[in-house]
Design a protein around this ligand. Structure first.
Ligand SMILES: Cc1cc2nc3c(=O)[nH]c(=O)nc-3n(C[C@H](O)[C@H](O)[C@H](O)COP(=O)(O)OP(=O)(O)OC[C@H]3O[C@@H](n4cnc5c(N)ncnc54)[C@H](O)[C@@H]3O)c2cc1C
Length: 1017
């Protein structure tokens, strides 16, 4: 039977519960609720059936089912391709300001391959002229209608009639301010003002409403009439678990007046729970706020987290211990898709359950913990439980827990989202429960992410509501105990199967663990243990003292030794050569944080950048080890009878590696191990600024070489001045390969020098050369500004802009001109967001921007800034916007606007924290500008228009293109890195072709026929 009165011919369904990764793996056990108690189950079934009956019979009508009756939703649920494109369009919709743009984007999304628009919409897509405007208006109305289902008004005042009506109908509320990324202090201040407004002013109006005993009292006393939900991250643009103390302080600075006002006005403040990365910090911040401020406090906690039960115990024990009473709104969690995707991308263990029943089971287990800690008398500390769920099974299980403990039902509260499950709200009310609606208010743009989350949740096959409203699941299914028996999927985390899943490299049983390569996961600084270990390592790191004093003669002696060692290394077992890299990777892994500490101290990299540098070095070792040995296996070409055609490679000879200071471990390691593993002997001349970490790398590789019994003289370390010893090494006629990364001037000089072939030289030198970039990011009209602002900011100012991949030109599309609304909004957000960056020493985890590499670099950057000023450019952000740190060579981020192609900062690579913002009137002009530079390294595009994504792929001619993300941070094997034009010659580092540059191919044709007979015949 269909419980919610929607007729359907489809048979009852079973809730599907798994995100299987590999069906061959063993089934998992439920995390909790291992033992079924038949009496308890019968009770849950009884309560659940009562609630479902009541919901079915309620006059509240079909309000909640309305969502599923919407034609668009109906079509979306039948067609996954359409659903994806529709939701993407909905996401972009608020950025589309004219009917033409709406129509244009709609057509674009709905004509993507495999998408079939529903009847009616297909006609609208073909519309022209006036009909086009009409079609755009129709779809706009539909989307606004959809949003209106879930969003109660543009602000609290707008939502007041709705809140009053709810109250009249016997339903309480919690107001939530819509908003996603808070990217600047200015935005955090604005959120603070809005929260204060709610806390100060809602009470006045609400106090005029009639009394409702059930909504205003529980078994312990008064329940506040006004309840406001806040997002912790909205009150601080620097809310970051890497620096918990400063994050908490900054939050408290803005929260304090809100909490005081809440106390004065008797308002309950609920801390919403956001992404997993913020979970521990949010819990700590909440407990700190409660310890230091007397206010009615609540917090949301998520059952989809594997840590759910542990989290529940932690907060419950704290409440008991401190005597504090707080409300916990227990939810399953709104970011399941995000958490799953994010963990997979980072290679981290997934923090959320991968099967729905486990989330449900965890919810029930957490309920038990909270009910065990529910205060029974006023004055006793503990947890008051609010259930944030629309799932009748989950709710019934909690109610039965309340009954079992002899608690009154008013001891719990039921909370549901605005626009969802209205029949259930009324059914719960009929059962004597206190029901509260979570009411989001706000504008469309910040509201869109919330809307998309609701759309995803409601259309998910895992949704209990969908099963009830749309799929007509039967009572037994809807109220079934969440156990694993029927739905066992793969318990293994995606990160455990990542190497096989992604196949980023060859796999060979003779190399390392025999599995394909997978990128070394970065440290998760939200994890306290990892953070503390890293902190200690940075503190204790000692940079080896290395003088750059090797003379030309010493360099020449190294070439002599390398020359001598070459034949033995050339003929050394390629598997053992690969083993050297695998051993080096293992040593680096075991010393990871220490190496990061050295990088941090020697090159001024902040924590995350230093960690990434070390991971990349490990990756180069692990990747090239796996990619090398097949080169030396003879590959048979064809299957000709009587003819054996084979191809293989041999090492070139002596390689000189000249590495830069900006990735002092990663790039130095990458070039060195590529040359080594392919059988070349190597002389490493590191950047003069960072010889310390290069020495550590050399020592690690030497240790690995020794372990496999490599001949001596294979690897040499030559810390020396580039102009003398470096130049001599490059010019030595015995050198075969020069692998260089650095400035264009030096790179071109090397190319020129390598082209000279003295009489005695027996080969032409190969130069692998990566030089630089003047990289552009395009911000299109449909860009998601939350993402674009942070993406541009990070790409421009990460490691002070001292990356060849850094963004130094930002091209903003605004058809209204350089003073158009879009341009202004983007500039305002980017400017404010940039001003929020924290300047400081690199070893302070809070620091975003630390000193540039040395005084010479600092002088050059300052000259570039001066020339921008002299050319009359507008300094949107500069020195004036940051407190003075007194730290030498620390140059604050600079953003110049009004830049055109002729300006020096548009043309010249600066290699520092200086960004030029340029206007383009349309996407084509933006592409032309982006391409209009001799450097061709990286590029970025923020757009939500499918054809612009396609045009970028075709026409944005750079080595590495990034769409809807920042343009730095390429990963080995995943985003092979390198450019063309003036950015360099050679193939991509960390890509399948890179090693080919260090070898020469050889082919052999053997006639295997003897007197007319061949072995194959
Ligand atoms: C009043 C209220 C306040 C809320 N506040 C927050 C908040 O602060 N933070 C927050 O994150 N959410 C919050 N939510 C959103 C809430 O997390 C979702 O609405 C809720 O998860 C839906 O659960 P359900 O029991 O109603 O539905 P069900 O259909 O029973 O459960 C759906 C949930 O199951 C989980 N899930 C789905 N697929 C899988 C899978 N394959 N494996 C494991 N788990 C899966 C997801 O969490 C999904 O949302 C709030 C909800 C309410 C009602």
């Amino acid at each position: 039977m269909a419980w919610f009165g929607r007729k359907s011919k489809s048979p009852p369904v079973k809730l599907s519960h798994s995100l299987a990764t590999d069906p061959s793996s063993p089934p998992t056990r439920p995390p909790v609720n291992a033992e079924t108690d038949p009496a308890r189950e019968a009770e849950i079934l009884r309560i659940g059936t009562e609630m479902l009956d009541s919901a079915r019979n309620h006059k509240a009508g079909l309000l909640s089912a309305k969502f599923y009756q919407d034609k668009l939703m109906d079509w979306a649920m039948k067609d996954q391709n359409f659903k994806v494109q529709l939701f993407r369009f909905v996401d972009a919709f608020p950025a589309l300001t004219t009917p033409e743009m709406v129509h244009d984007h709609l057509v674009d999304y709905m004509t993507q391959p495999g998408v079939k628009a529903p009847p009616g919409m297909d006609l609208a897509l073909k519309a022209g002229g006036v009909a086009k405007t009409l079609a755009a208006k129709t779809i706009s109305k539909q989307i606004k209608g959809m949003a209106g289902n879930f969003i109660a008004g543009t602000d609290a005042a707008d939502a007041l009639p709705m809140l009053a009506k709810l109250w009249k109908d016997g339903i309480a509320f919690s107001v939530d301010l819509l908003g996603e990324a808070c990217v600047s202090n200015a935005e955090a201040d604005s959120y603070q003002a809005k929260y204060l407004d709610l806390v100060e002013n809602l009470v006045g109006t609400a106090s005029e409403w009639p009394e409702k005993e059930r909504l205003e009292r529980d078994h312990l006393g008064v329940v506040p009439r006004v309840n406001v939900s806040i997002k912790v991250s909205s009150l601080s643009a620097n809310f970051n678990p890497i620096a918990p103390e400063s994050s908490m302080n900054e939050f408290m600075m803005r929260a304090r007046p809100i909490l005081d006002a809440a106390k004065r006005n008797g308002v309950l403040i609920n801390f919403d729970m956001e992404h997993h990365a913020f979970k521990d910090l949010t819990l700590d911040t909440f407990m700190h706020a409660c310890d230091t401020h007397d206010f009615e406090a609540g917090i949301a906690m998520q059952a989809y987290l594997k840590s759910g039960v542990e989290d529940a115990k932690r907060i419950s024990e704290w409440a008991k211990r401190t005597g504090r009473v707080v409300t916990v709104r227990l939810v399953k969690g709104a970011y399941w898709d995000f958490e799953t995707i994010h963990a997979e991308q980072e290679g981290w263990p997934c923090p959320v359950w991968n099967e729905k029943w486990k989330t449900d089971a965890c919810f029930e287990q957490m309920v038990e913990v909270f009910l065990d800690h529910c205060p029974t008398t006023p004055g006793e500390g503990g947890i008051k439980l609010a259930l944030g769920s629309h799932n009748v099974r989950s709710i019934s299980a909690a109610i039965s827990g309340v009954d079992k403990r002899g608690l009154p039902r008013e001891a719990i509260e039921l909370q549901m989202l605005h626009g969802m499950a209205d029949q259930l709200k009324h059914a719960a009310e009929d059962m004597g429960l206190r029901v509260r609606e979570y009411v989001p208010v706000g504008e469309m743009i910040p509201g869109m992410a919330y809307l998309v989350r609701r759309l995803l949740e409601n259309t998910s096959n895992e949704s209990w509501l969908k099963a009830g409203f749309l799929d007509n699941a039967d009572t037994a299914t809807l109220l079934a105990e969440p156990t694993g028996e029927a739905f066992s999927g793969d318990a293994r985390d995606l990160c455990e199967v990542a190497p096989e899943r992604h196949q980023l490299s060859h796999a060979d049983p003779r190399v390392a663990d025999g599995r394909p390569f997978y990128t070394e996961p970065l440290r998760d600084f939200a994890d306290k243990a990892q953070r503390s270990a890293f902190n200690a390592a940075v503190e204790n790191a000692v940079v080896p003292v290395v003088a750059n004093d090797h003379t030309v003669e010493q360099g020449t002696a190294m070439v002599d030794a390398a020359h001598k060692a070459f034949p033995a290394w050339r003929d050394f077992d390629p598997v053992k050569r690969a083993e050297v890299l695998a051993i080096a990777a293992d040593i680096m892994r075991s010393r990871r944080d220490e190496l990061s500490g050295i990088v941090c101290k020697e090159s001024n990299k902040v924590w995350r950048e230093a960690d990434a540098d070390v991971c990349e070095a490990i990756d180069f070792c692990a990747y090239y080890a796996r990619e090398s040995i097949h080169l030396f296996d003879r590959t048979r070409l064809g299957r000709f009878i009587g003819e054996l055609d084979e191809l293989w490679y041999q090492p070139k000879g002596i390689a000189v590696v000249i590495s830069p200071w900006n990735f002092p471990l990663a790039i130095c390691t990458g070039m060195t191990v590529a040359a080594l593993v392919t059988g070349n002997t190597v002389i490493v001349k590191p950047a003069e600024q960072t010889p310390g970490i290069a020495k550590v790398m050399h020592d690690i590789l030497s240790q690995a070489l020794e372990r496999v019994g490599a001949p001596s003289g294979v690897l040499h370390f030559c810390p020396a001045p580039g102009e003398t010893t470096g130049a001599a090494l490059v010019r030595d006629p015995r050198v075969n390969v020069i692998a260089f990364t650095g400035s264009k001037a030096v790179g071109l000089n090397i190319v020129e020098a390598a082209g000279i072939t003295p009489e005695e030289q027996t080969h032409v030198k190969r130069v692998v050369c990566e030089m630089g970039g003047k990289n552009a990011i395009i911000v299109d009209v449909s860009a998601d500004l939350d993402e674009a602002v942070l993406g541009v900011r990070h790409s421009a100012f990460g490691f002070q802009g001292q990356k060849c991949s850094a963004c130094s030109r930002c091209i903003v599309v605004d058809p209204e001109g350089p003073n158009g609304q879009r341009m202004q909004l983007f500039l305002e957000r980017l400017g404010e967001s940039t001003k929020t960056l924290v300047l400081g020493a690199p070893d302070n985890p809070n620091t975003d921007v630390s000193p540039v590499i040395d005084a010479e670099a600092s002088g050059n950057i300052r000259k570039a800034i001066e020339s921008a000023r002299a050319e009359g450019l507008t300094e949107l952000v500069g020195e004036k916007d940051f407190p003075s740190t007194g730290i030498e060579n620390l140059i604050p981020p600079h953003v110049f606007t009004g830049v055109s192609e002729s300006n020096t900062i548009y043309q010249k690579e600066i290699f520092g924290p200086v960004l030029a913002v340029v206007h383009a009137s349309d996407f084509q002009e933006a592409l032309r500008l982006a391409n209009g530079h001799a450097y061709k390294l990286t590029g970025g595009v923020f757009t939500r228009k499918p054809t612009h994504i396609e045009e970028s792929k075709r026409g944005f001619r750079v080595g590495n293109l990034y769409i809807n993300r920042g343009c730095t941070g390429a990963l080995v094997g995943r985003q092979p890195f390198g450019g063309f034009g003036m950015s360099g010659i050679g193939s991509k580092a960390g890509g399948p072709d890179y090693l080919m540059q260090f070898v020469d191919p050889r082919a052999c044709c053997e006639n295997t026929m003897r007197r007319g007979f061949a072995p194959e015949l």
